[in-house]
Design a protein around this ligand. Structure first.
Ligand code: UD2
Length: 399
């Protein structure tokens, strides 16, 4: 609505009061009223009385119409979705990430970690080894990462990392070395929960644990074949994930117990789904990988397929992904059992089939899982975690 001179009107030079333009539409009825009203302001001597009365009723009528118009427009503007523009709403505040516990982050550790050599677009940190797979998963080798940057990304997240280890029968003897060396090298500075599965809880040694590091002993029964002990880890890990680990940890790493840590094994291993390249086969063509080759097994892999041969001694990733992996492998093991077949390398064979179909998002180079019976080749700068030399005939339940 606007008040302005009416170009359509021929009423001399008189001032037009309350000319109403509703949007661009000139409403003639209202305009007529305004003209009459304007006329009424002209001195009475110029008009006869009868005419004045007539004009007055017009004036009242016009006035009523105008007030009605104002009311209608006002009501429409304030209530109608037809005419009104949607109101702006104040955006909700940024969602606050859920944290288990408040851990203060030291500003100086951040600023320190922000100063590091610039990554070079035209220079690969390692030219002697594969650092990325054809599906763009990182292969972690020494020289490819900077721990201070990795820690500045992961430490503020206040993560809890679960670690399962089985020590059944005579394997309880390996717990002490595993835990003592893990406390020196395994995800130091992170909240770690160890879950020790054993049939002999009394034989779990007391090892001094660092801050934010906890240990739970889970008592399980013993199987009488080492193959069964090794293979049924999938089922037991799956059950424990569903019973409690989903609530207790963010990531889960399942490791062999007859192993020792020798060097840093840190947050560079964290990813959605993590596999370790087996130290015995990383230079071999796929045809010689010890995959299960019998089509009757669920773990079957044909000769012309396969990426890497992965070790059964380490599986890891986000808890939900490890849950999916253990569920699939356990189901495949059960089907094989019904069909009276056991895969060549038990759960390791099923694991390799799984990783062929569900590509890992990060691969650990053999630095992260070494076999001490082999000499250290030049591409391995550090051995970070390796097998304990053991007398199989002596430690296993059966030969
Ligand atoms: C290989 C794999 C292992 C598994 C196995 C399957 C590597 C380095 N190791 O190791 O992960 O896939 O083949 O056959 O790739 N255990 C007991 N008590 C026993 C026997 C086994 O607790 O009596 C547990 C223990 O945690 C041990 C793990 O099972 O670390 C694997 O058994 P293993 O180390 O004897 O098998 P190995 O050396 O052939």
């Amino acid at each position: 609505m606007s008040t302005q001179s009416c170009s359509a009107c021929s009423y001399g030079q008189g001032i037009h009061f309350y000319e109403i333009h509703f949007l661009t539409f000139h409403w003639q009825g209202v305009s007529l009223f305004t003209h009459e009203f304007a006329r009424s302001r002209i001195p009475q001597r110029l008009y006869p009385v009868k005419m004045w009365r007539k004009r007055r009723s017009c004036l009242v009528f016009g006035f009523t119409v105008t007030v009605g118009m104002f009311t209608v427009v006002y009501v429409f503007h304030s209530n109608s979705t037809l005419l009104s523009v949607p109101k702006y709403t104040t955006p909700n505040p940024e969602p606050v990430p859920i944290q288990r516990e408040k851990v203060p982050v030291r500003i100086d550790s951040y600023s320190k970690s922000l100063r590091y050599p610039q990554p070079q677009s035209l220079k690969s940190p390692r030219s002697d080894v594969m650092t990325v797979t054809p599906w763009l998963a990182t292969v972690v080798w020494d020289g490819t990462f900077d721990s201070s940057i990795i820690d500045s990304l992961y430490q503020p997240q206040n993560l809890t990392i679960g670690t399962t280890v089985f020590a059944i029968g005579k394997y309880t003897r390996f717990i002490k070395g595993f835990l003592e060396t893990a406390e020196k090298h395994f995800l130091v500075g992170y909240k770690v929960n160890y879950y020790i599965f054993t049939d002999k809880p009394d034989e779990v040694p007391s090892v001094a644990l660092g801050m934010q590091r906890n240990l739970s002993v889970i008592t399980v029964s013993k199987f009488f074949r080492w193959q069964e002990i090794s293979m049924r880890r999938m089922e037991r890990i799956l059950n424990t994930i569903e019973e409690r680990l989903l609530k207790e940890v963010d990531y889960l790493y399942c490791l062999d117990v007859d192993m020792l840590f020798h060097n840093h094994w840190g947050a560079e291993v964290l990813s959605t789904l993590v596999a370790a390249i087996h130290p015995g086969y990383y230079k071999n063509p796929r045809e010689v990988f010890p995959y299960e080759r019998r089509p009757a097994s669920q773990a079957y892999v044909p000769l012309d397929q396969g990426d890497f041969y992965y070790a059964g001694a380490m599986i890891g990733g986000l808890i939900e992904n490890v849950r999916a992996l253990t569920r699939t492998c356990h189901q495949a093991i059960l089907i094989d059992k019904q069909n009276d077949i056991e895969a060549a390398w038990q759960e390791e064979s099923h694991l390799n089939k799984y990783f062929l179909q569900h590509k890992p998002t990060k691969l650990l180079s053999p630095e992260y899982l070494w076999d001490d019976t082999k000499p250290k080749p030049p591409e391995i700068h550090f051995i970070r975690f390796s097998t304990v030399l053991k007398n199989y005939a002596e430690v296993r339940e059966n030969v």
